[in-house]
Unconditional design. Structure first.
Length: 247
């Protein structure tokens, strides 16, 4: 479910790219406008570089959400270690599902498998959705703050203009997002449905496709976010011993 919600969050890009926030709306005043101010605030520390402003704001947002992300990582890892204890039962049910003669039998074994997950606290649909739900309004507001900032059109950063599409930046963002999703998928339960594993390839495409037509400021933001997420994953793996907690 967590990856499904991530898919929904990325999918919002296609909707949001064609929408404009109402400048007098509550959402704009409470979330979008503060991000616009913060981006400019950080940019002023680097001679008005909005590229650095976007990176630093993204970094700050990700750091503030880090406790929630660690909570999500912790639930995923604990689920993985718990599954080692009853993997033979899972394998037996999966074998029955493959040998099922009718769709009704397959559905019965699927329900049996889900019941086993719930009993042992490793249900794939209960793997830390709270961080994703909290991220949605925050990252959506940051999206609007970047994509509808008129000052970005005249700003250059590194080799590209922030206000025009850049293929190189789009490819970098998609690649970093692929690596980040690949790392997170590493700790999903072994019997995770193939449809969810397809997120490894679908998510980067959903970053790449809009990035090819959106201002380069957007793939810069996505690339920065993916890079910080990889660091969070590393810190989570480095400093938390989930297997020891379970034992």
């Amino acid at each position: 479910m967590k990856k499904l919600l991530s898919f929904i969050l990325v999918g919002l890009v296609f909707v949001l790219s064609g929408c404009a926030p109402q400048n007098d709306g509550l959402f704009h005043q409470l979330l979008v406008e503060p991000f616009i101010i913060f981006i400019k605030f950080f940019a002023d520390f680097f001679d008005g570089s909005y590229g650095m402003g976007i990176i630093l704001v993204t970094l700050c947002v990700r750091i503030l959400m880090m406790p929630l992300m660690f909570y999500s990582f912790k639930k995923q890892r604990k689920a993985q270690f718990r599954m080692k204890k009853f993997k033979p039962e899972i394998d037996a049910i999966n074998k029955k599902m493959k040998e099922a003669a009718t769709p009704e039998e397959q559905n019965m074994y699927t329900r049996e498998l889900m019941a086993l997950h719930r009993k042992n606290g490793t249900s794939p649909i209960n793997s830390g959705c709270l961080p994703i739900l909290i991220q949605m309004p925050i990252l959506t507001a940051l999206y609007f703050a970047i994509s509808h900032n008129d000052e970005l059109g005249s700003q250059n950063f590194l080799w590209f203009n922030l206000g025009t599409p850049d293929m190189s930046m789009a490819l970098i963002a998609a690649f970093l997002y692929y690596v980040q999703v690949k790392l997170s998928m590493k700790y999903l339960p072994e019997d995770t449905p193939a449809q969810m594993k397809m997120m490894t390839y679908i998510s980067p495409l959903m970053i790449l496709i809009p990035s090819l037509s959106l201002p380069a400021a957007m793939p810069l933001y996505w690339a920065a976010g993916a890079f910080v997420a990889m660091l969070q994953q590393y810190l989570s793996n480095r400093y938390f011993d989930y297997e020891e907690e379970i034992e």
